[in-house]
Design a protein around this ligand. Structure first.
Ligand SMILES: NCc1[nH]cc(CCC(=O)O)c1CC(=O)O
Length: 315
C-alpha cells in the first residue's frame, strides 16, 4: 500500500461540515492518520461541505427533514469523488448508509455525558416552577419533562457561542450540550456540570466520531484500519442495533449507552413519550460479541412494554 499513500501534491481529501466542532473532528482525524503513516499534515486536505442543515438555522430540524440532513450532501460529494473520506458525529448518522458507502471506522470515544449549562443554577433541580429549559433535542426535552414536569422546554438551536448568548439574553435559564463536543472544542469550562447517565441517558453513539468511505476504495479502508478503535465499535454495535430495531428514523426520543467491562458489555436503553409523560428503560449485560443481539432484544422488549400509540404525539 505504501506506494499509494497520499502526498502533499496528491492529498487525501477529508470531507466535513464547517462548524467549529466538525472542523475539530476533522483535524483530529487528520492528525491521527498523519501520525499512523508518518505523513505531513499537507498530505491531507480538509474540504468543507455546506449542508442544508447548516444553512437553515431558524426552523426546528424536524420541519426541514430530520436525520440525514447534515450528511446526505457530504455523502453525495464522496460518491462523486470530490472527497475521499467523510468525518461524522455518529450521533447524527442514520443507521443505514447509501449504496456504495461504508461507515465502520471509529475514533476512540470521548466523554458520553450531557453537560448541564446555566449561568444561574447548579442543576435542573434548582430551577423554579415554569423556568425555561432550552433544547431542540426531543430526547433531552422528554427526559427533562419526565423528571421535572413543572419546567417548560423551549426550542434552542445554534453553536456553542449562539447558545451562550441566548442564555445571557434570558431566552432560557439553562441548556444542554454534549460534553464530547465541549471537550473537543477545548471549552469544557462552559459546562456547569456533567450529568451522570443515571440521570440523563445520552443519545445513541454520543461522543463517537465515525469515518465513512467508498466501499471500493481499498486504500481508504487500509488507512482507516490503522486508526480504528475496536472498543468504540463494540459499544456502537449494541447501541445502533438498539436504535435500528426501534426504527430510530422516526422522530422518537430514544437514549442508549453501552459500556465495556472486560469481555462484558452493559447496555442501558430508554424510550420516552415525546411529551415526557412516560419513560421506559432497561439495563442488561451480555458477552461483547453478542452486543448487536442484545440491542435488538432490548428494543423488542421495550416496544412490547410501550405498546400501541406510545410514540404518537401532537405538538
Ligand atoms: N446533534 C448535534 C450534535 N451532534 C454531535 C454533537 C456533540 C458531539 C457528540 O455527541 O459526539 C452535537 C451537539 C450536542 O449535542 O451538543
Amino acid at each position: 500500500m505504501t506506494r499509494d499513500l497520499p502526498t502533499p501534491d496528491t492529498p487525501m481529501k477529508l470531507g466535513t461540515r464547517g462548524s467549529p466542532l466538525a472542523l475539530a473532528q476533522a483535524h483530529e482525524t487528520r492528525d491521527r492518520l498523519a501520525a499512523a503513516f508518518d505523513l505531513p499534515q499537507e498530505a491531507f486536505e480538509i474540504v468543507v461541505i455546506k449542508t442544508t442543515g447548516d444553512r437553515i438555522i431558524d426552523r426546528p430540524l424536524k420541519e426541514i427533514g430530520g436525520k440525514g440532513l447534515f450528511t446526505r450532501e457530504i455523502e453525495d460529494a464522496m460518491l462523486r469523488g470530490d472527497i475521499d473520506i467523510a468525518i461524522h458525529s455518529m450521533k447524527d448518522m442514520p443507521v443505514l448508509q447509501p449504496e456504495g458507502l461504508v461507515l465502520d471506522t471509529y475514533l476512540p470515544r470521548e466523554d458520553v455525558r450531557d453537560a448541564f449549562v446555566s449561568p444561574h443554577v447548579a442543576g435542573l433541580s434548582d430551577l423554579p416552577e415554569g423556568a425555561k429549559v432550552g433544547t431542540s433535542s426531543l430526547r433531552r426535552k422528554a427526559q427533562v419533562l419526565v423528571a421535572y414536569p413543572h419546567l417548560q422546554v423551549v426550542e434552542f438551536r445554534g453553536n456553542v457561542q449562539t447558545r451562550l448568548k441566548k442564555l445571557d439574553d434570558g431566552v432560557a435559564a439553562c441548556t444542554f450540550l454534549a460534553m464530547a463536543g465541549l471537550n473537543r472544542l477545548g471549552r469544557s469550562d462552559v459546562a456547569t456540570a456533567a450529568i451522570a447517565p443515571e440521570e440523563m441517558l445520552p443519545a445513541v453513539a454520543q461522543g463517537a466520531i465515525g469515518i465513512e468511505r467508498r466501499a471500493d476504495d481499498t486504500r481508504a479502508a487500509d488507512m482507516l484500519a490503522a486508526i480504528h478503535d475496536t472498543p468504540t465499535a463494540q459499544r456502537l454495535a449494541a447501541e445502533r442495533a438498539f436504535l435500528a430495531a426501534l426504527d430510530g428514523s422516526c422522530e422518537t426520543p430514544i437514549a442508549g449507552l453501552a459500556e465495556l467491562d472486560g469481555g462484558t458489555l452493559r447496555l442501558r436503553g430508554e424510550v420516552l413519550r415525546p411529551d415526557g409523560s412516560e419513560a421506559i428503560g432497561d439495563d442488561q449485560t451480555a458477552p461483547v460479541e453478542d452486543g448487536a443481539d442484545l440491542g435488538r432484544a432490548m428494543a423488542v422488549k421495550l416496544l412490547e412494554q410501550a405498546g400501541e400509540g406510545f410514540f404518537d404525539w401532537r405538538d
